[in-house]
Design a protein around this ligand. Structure first.
Ligand SMILES: [Zn+2]
Length: 307
């Protein structure tokens, strides 16, 4: 596995760690791609912390983690995390989709149930994609993908109607809402979910929180903890930082399934999301389409682990 982090480094400080010709200058920031195995990588975290503390400025702003795998790693993986790269607006709620907020966690707002069909502005769904997601995490898939699920007898998904905003009698023939039936897979150590890329001082102090969470009749141990984590254990934090590990005995063998816990935050239209995973069987279906030159557009995959 190769892990590359893309950073937007403040040009004022870039020379502290990078050669003048390194990366790509984009005005006042520099786009840097760096492997997490680069010896300078931990230095980035230290600079971020020390500049913040001393002059209240960051070393870098935005960041994005990408992982790539060799063929053997892909063929041997039993499950994959599904990443949806195609985001669109407006969200369902802005188009008449309703949620029952009383069904959400009172502490973190995770898990509100959608109580109507999904209403969207159908014209705004990216046309050339097979999978796309709203900023609220509502996932739509193309008819082509639904047909593929039927053809290969892929288990674990339901495809629900998507309707045009302000037009309840309409029903898209091209798009369907993806509903994942199984939501029991438990994210576990050593998965890292927290607000920042590096475990800064702020997060460190918060790891004093209890690390053992009682959920039902068992004790769940997760780390590291941070301020975005819900005390009930349903919301694990803001950002996924590492690959994901799931408890093996919480996986029921479906071809597509989601985590029990949520990642993200509840803010405005944004809702915490369950992570979605696929089986090796479904990955092979997607891979065979790609090899035929018929790539499933809008998604990528990352290896996940059953432990
Ligand atoms: Zn909660």
């Amino acid at each position: 596995m190769q892990e590359i982090v893309e950073l937007r480094v403040d040009e004022d400080f870039a020379s502290k760690l990078f050669a003048d010709n390194e990366g790509e200058k984009l005005g006042s920031v520099r786009k840097i791609l760096i492997s997490t195995t680069d010896p300078r990588f931990p230095e980035i975290g230290r600079l971020q912390e020390s500049l913040r503390r001393t002059i209240n400025r960051p070393f870098f702003y935005g960041w994005d983690i990408r992982r790539s795998y060799n063929k053997k790693e892909l063929v041997l993986a039993s499950i994959f995390l599904l990443l949806i790269n195609s985001l669109f607006e407006p969200a369902g709620e802005e188009c008449g989709t309703q949620y029952d907020e009383t069904s959400a966690c009172p502490k973190c707002g995770s898990g509100a149930k959608q109580v109507t069909d999904l209403f969207l502005d159908l014209r705004r769904i990216p046309k050339k994609k097979d999978v796309a997601v709203t900023i609220a995490g509502e996932i739509v898939v193309s008819r082509r993908l639904v047909d593929l699920f039927l053809k290969y007898k892929i288990e674990g998904a339901e495809f629900l109607p998507v309707r045009q905003k302000n037009d309840p009698s309409s029903e898209s023939k091209e798009w369907f809402q993806l509903s994942v039936k199984s939501m029991d897979a438990e994210i576990t150590s050593p998965t890292i979910i927290r607000s920042t890329l590096f475990n800064d001082d702020k997060d460190q102090s918060r790891t004093d929180d209890p690390k053992k969470i009682v959920v039902g009749n068992y004790v769940q141990v997760l780390h590291p903890l941070d301020s975005e984590r819900c005390p009930t254990g349903d919301l694990l934090g803001l950002n996924l930082i590492s690959e994901v590990s799931l408890k093996r005995d919480s996986y029921n063998g479906e071809d597509i399934f989601s985590s029990k816990q949520f990642v993200g935050t509840r803010r405005g239209l944004i809702r915490p999301q369950r992570l979605i995973f696929i089986s090796q069987k479904l990955w092979r279906v997607v891979e065979e389409e790609r090899l035929k030159g018929e790539r499933i557009k809008g998604v990528s995959f990352e290896v996940a682990h059953l432990v």
